[in-house]
Design a protein around this ligand. Structure first.
Ligand code: C5P
Length: 287
C-alpha cells in the first residue's frame, strides 16, 4: 500500500430503538434484547502510516477527551496490533462530532472504525467475525458498531441478527448531561424483564412505529431518576409531534422519529432555539 494513502471512516451514532434488560450474568454484565439502527451523523476518523500509534482529537465535541491509552481508539489500535503482531504504527485523527458518554455509542463506534480502518491500512484482511471478537474485548457495543446496519442484539450485545427496517428521519437531543453507563445499570430496580416480541420484517414506517411504541428502554426510568433533564428532552420531542420519542442506550441522548426529513429539520431548529445549550441534530438512519 502507498505510504501516503489516508483511509477515512465514519463512526456512526448508534441508536437503541428499544432496549430490554432481560437478565444479568454472573460477571455483572446485563443480558439485553435491543433493536439498533445507525445514524448518518458520526465521528470522522482518518488513518495514515506513522511511527508508533498516535492520536489527534479535534472537532466540536473534543473537549475533555484525552488522546492517550485510555481512549478507545488507542485501545482498539493496540488490540489489533497485538493480535496481528503488527509494528508499523499509525497516525490517527479523530474529529469528534458526537457527545461523549451520551448513549449513542460514540466511543464504541470510534473503536469499531479504528479496527476496520487499521485492518485496511495494515492490509490484514481479518474478517468481520475476527474483528468482532477483538471488538468485544473492548466493549459490549463494539461488535454492533462494526456491523453498522439495523440489527437486533442479544447476549450482552454481541449476538447479532440483521433486521429490515426503514430509514428513519430523526432528531437526536442531548440535554448536556454526561451519563455513566455502569451507574445506570446499577440503579436498575428490575433486571429480569421480558424480551421484545418478534419485530416487523419490513421497511414500513407506520408498522415499525406502532411496534416500537409498544417496546421499552428499561434503562430510561433509572436514567431519568438520576438525570431529570432527560425527561425534559423527551418532552421537547413529544411536544414537536414526533412519531416516537425515547432515550437511546443508557442516555442521556434521546431520539425522535418523524414522518420526513423536513419535519425532523424543523423540529431540530425549534428545540435548538428553545435550548441553545443542548446538542440537537436532525439526521437520518442508515439501511
Ligand atoms: O462494555 P462497555 O465497556 O461498553 O460497558 C460499560 C459498562 O456498562 C460495563 O462495565 C457494565 O457495568 C455495563 N454494562 C452492562 N451490561 C451490558 C453492557 C454494559 O452491565 N450488556
Amino acid at each position: 500500500m502507498n505510504a501516503l494513502t489516508a483511509i477515512s471512516r465514519t463512526a456512526h451514532a448508534k441508536i437503541n430503538l428499544c432496549l430490554h434488560v432481560t437478565g444479568q450474568r454472573d460477571d455483572g454484565y446485563h443480558l439485553l434484547d435491543t433493536i439498533v439502527t445507525f445514524a448518518e451523523i458520526g465521528d470522522q476518523l482518518t488513518f495514515e502510516n506513522g511511527d508508533g500509534v498516535s492520536l489527534e482529537i479535534s472537532g466540536p465535541e473534543a473537549e475533555g477527551l484525552v488522546a492517550n491509552g485510555s481512549n478507545l481508539v488507542i485501545k482498539a489500535a493496540d488490540a489489533l496490533a497485538n493480535v496481528a503482531n503488527e509494528h508499523r504504527g499509525a497516525k490517527i485523527e479523530l474529529c469528534k462530532n458526537l457527545p461523549v458518554s451520551s448513549g449513542i455509542g460514540g466511543g464504541s463506534a470510534d473503536a469499531a472504525a479504528t479496527l476496520v480502518g487499521l485492518n485496511d491500512l495494515w492490509t490484514k484482511e481479518y474478517d468481520s467475525d475476527a474483528l468482532s471478537k477483538i471488538g468485544l474485548s473492548l466493549g459490549a457495543d463494539v461488535p454492533m458498531c462494526l456491523h453498522g446496519k439495523p440489527l437486533r442484539a442479544s447476549g450482552i450485545g454481541e449476538q447479532l441478527e440483521p433486521v429490515s427496517m426503514p430509514a428513519f428521519s430523526m432528531v437526536l437531543v442531548n440535554p448536556r448531561v454526561g451519563v455513566s453507563t455502569p451507574e445506570i445499570f446499577k440503579a436498575l430496580v428490575k433486571r429480569d424483564n421480558p424480551p421484545a416480541p418478534r419485530c416487523p420484517d419490513s421497511d414500513d414506517l407506520s408498522e415499525w412505529v406502532s411496534w416500537l411504541s409498544r417496546q421499552r428502554n428499561d434503562l430510561q426510568s433509572s436514567a431519568i431518576a438520576l438525570h431529570p433533564s432527560i425527561q425534559t428532552a423527551l418532552d421537547s420531542l413529544e411536544t414537536c409531534a414526533s412519531l416516537l420519542a425515547r432515550m437511546s442506550g443508557s442516555g442521556a441522548t434521546c431520539f425522535g422519529l418523524f414522518e420526513n426529513d423536513a419535519q425532523a429539520a424543523a423540529t431540530a431548529e425549534t428545540i435548538a432555539d428553545q435550548h441553545p445549550d443542548w446538542w440537537v441534530v436532525a439526521t437520518r438512519s442508515i439501511v
